[in-house]
Write a protein of this length. Structure first.
Lengths: 259, 305
């Protein structure tokens, strides 16, 4: 579904790469948390999947497409298979809830009939069936994020990328959003979520990939936000350490000690 | 569905950006009017060349009793000298270049002179003898005048051999200079128009950057994203070029055909509405193409994936 082969991404004018030799594979139907400090490369990782950036080194395959070789005129068609949700929602303030979700389908040329069916379905799925004529500023933060999620999934994407979707929300509302993402994941959509929310990660017990300074230091099934293992702490203390110990094997898989 | 959506976007963009759109309309209007004027001037020059070169003759002036220039020594050309020149005109060397020629006597020259300068006091002082007798030669190709000048200027009794196109070329060079000036002004104005269109489209794209960001994210094709902006530029430029076309037609109708025609009477042919009608589509196509190109370049920055 998503495969990175020793991917390095260095932005022009910076000495330290944002991602450094990252290799991983995410399978169909997985729910993956991407954790790590700010600047550890989470966003670069998501941008590479979206082909908003091209890797400096290494190969990326997403949905059977070799992204390095994907010509830019085909990128829009590739992106129709991905849904994206952001921390700041990115709704259009002058459009109603319905129009915000419908906009996605209009601009990729879907028929009016399809839009009339798909948009109410998506809004119902996120629990906003009765609010389709409201404007974004009339909704709470949690509701706005639900609109953004409806917009991301209305075209039934195979992969949903979420960049700190609960970053602006209180814990109760966040829990609601997570339930919704879990439901979407159960429907067969692969979900990749970058987050700082330790509580959510610990509670969900899903695959956790931890990045430090652009390198994967941990990749565990049913992991928590943090392992208390000493090498990880050292990794924090010395972000420019040559190579943090090879990922999963060095760490205990249990999360009992997680805070 | 998609067409309606795109046209809606275009209308939105134009409404949000009215002052910039108006300035684009005005700048394209002025610049294309200059382009049109330059084209019309070139057409006018072409028409006048066609008209006058047909009528332009090479005049072979024979000496009068008062002339001292050329081969004259204050004696009028004798009949023998006139016959010699005529014989040369009929000779195998010159005849192939000559369409026809006429001989103008003192009396005919006097009559023409009185006719041309009827209002002038000078007409009273001129007598037939002081006016040259001349051969008026129409050439098959007016450009061959030099051949005639070379072979006849040395002949006895010939005062001067004159190519009348010389007078016309001065008029044409003035008209040419005017048309090059118009082209120069038009070029500068067109550069301004192109830059202004690009700026307008950038502003329009900037005010819609949220929509553009989401469109790119959800996979709207590049063509779908850029078409509204290009249409916006083309629409504004199209209004400007149609105004310019209307201005050109009005200039031809009221200034050229109205004022100039009545002032110059029938002395020359002037460009007419049929010429203006040829110019208008040129202006419209130039305006639309420039607008499409500059808007396309301006929006391309927003299409990078």
């Amino acid at each position: 579904m998503i495969r990175f082969d020793s991917v390095t991404k260095a932005y022009a004018g910076t000495s330290r790469p944002a991602l450094n030799g990252v290799s991983l594979e995410i399978l169909k139907g997985e729910f993956v948390f991407l954790v790590g400090a700010s600047g550890s490369g989470k966003s670069s990782f998501l941008r590479l999947i979206l082909k908003e950036e091209t890797p400096t080194k290494g190969q990326i395959h997403v949905l059977g497409q070799h992204l390095n070789a994907l010509p830019s005129r085909k990128v829009p068609y590739f992106r129709r298979n991905l849904g994206v949700v952001f921390q700041d929602f990115r709704l259009l303030p002058n459009k109603t809830v319905f129009d915000n979700v419908a906009f996605t389908l209009q601009v990729i040329g879907k028929s009016r009939g399809f839009i009339q069916e798909a948009v109410p379905d998506a809004l119902k799925m996120v629990g906003l069936a009765g609010k389709s004529n409201r404007f974004p500023h009339e909704l709470s933060g949690g509701e706005q994020q639900r609109v953004a999620i409806a917009r991301a999934v209305v075209n039934k994407p195979a992969i949903l990328l979420a960049d700190e979707p609960t970053g602006n929300l209180d814990p109760a509302t966040s829990a609601g959003i997570m339930t919704l993402l879990e439901r979407i994941n159960l429907g067969g959509t692969t979900v990749v979520m970058a987050t700082h929310d330790a509580g959510i990660v610990d509670q969900m017990k899903r695959r956790v990939i931890e990045l430090i300074s652009g390198q994967i230091v941990r990749d565990e099934r049913q992991g928590g936000y943090q392992t208390q293992a000493v090498p990880t702490v050292q990794g924090f203390a010395r972000p420019d350490a040559p190579t943090p110990a090879p990922s999963t094997s060095a760490f205990p898989l249990s999360t009992e000690v997680a805070p | 569905m998609r067409l309606g959506l795109i046209l809606g976007e275009v209308a939105n963009g134009l409404r949000r950006n009215v002052s910039m759109v108006v300035s684009v309309v005005l700048v394209t209007f002025i610049s294309l009017t200059f382009v049109g004027a330059a084209i019309l001037l070139q057409m006018q020059i072409g028409q006048m060349k066609g008209y006058w070169y047909d009528r332009a003759q090479v005049a072979v002036y024979m000496c009068t009793a008062v002339d001292t220039t050329g081969n004259c020594t204050q004696t009028a050309a004798t009949q023998a000298q006139i016959d010699a020149v005529e014989a040369q005109l009929q000779s195998a060397a010159l005849a192939p270049y000559i369409e026809r020629y006429e001989f103008e006597t003192h009396e005919q020259a006097y009559a023409n002179f009185q006719d041309q300068f009827a209002d002038s006091p000078i007409a009273a002082f001129v007598t037939p003898e002081t006016l040259n007798e001349s051969f008026r030669v129409n050439l098959i190709n007016p450009a061959d005048a030099d051949i005639l000048i070379e072979s006849l200027s040395g002949a006895a009794g010939v005062q001067n051999v004159e190519d009348q196109r010389g007078y016309l070329d001065q008029i044409f060079s003035v008209l040419n200079a005017a048309s090059y000036t118009a082209i120069g002004v038009a070029a500068l104005m067109l550069i301004a128009a192109v830059l202004l269109i690009a700026t307008t489209i950038r502003l329009s794209a900037f005010s819609r950057r949220r929509e553009l960001g989401i469109m790119r994210l959800v996979g709207a094709s590049n063509r779908f994203i850029q078409t509204p902006f290009i249409l916006e530029g083309v629409f504004a430029a199209l209004i400007g070029s149609l105004l310019a076309g209307a201005a050109i037609v009005a200039i031809v109708q009221f200034f050229v055909q109205g004022y100039l025609q009545s002032t110059l009477q029938a002395t020359t042919t002037l460009v007419g509405l049929s010429d203006a009608v040829v110019v208008v589509p040129i202006l419209v196509v130039v305006g639309a193409a420039l607008a499409a190109a500059s808007a396309g370049v301006a929006i391309s920055r927003y299409l990078k994936v």
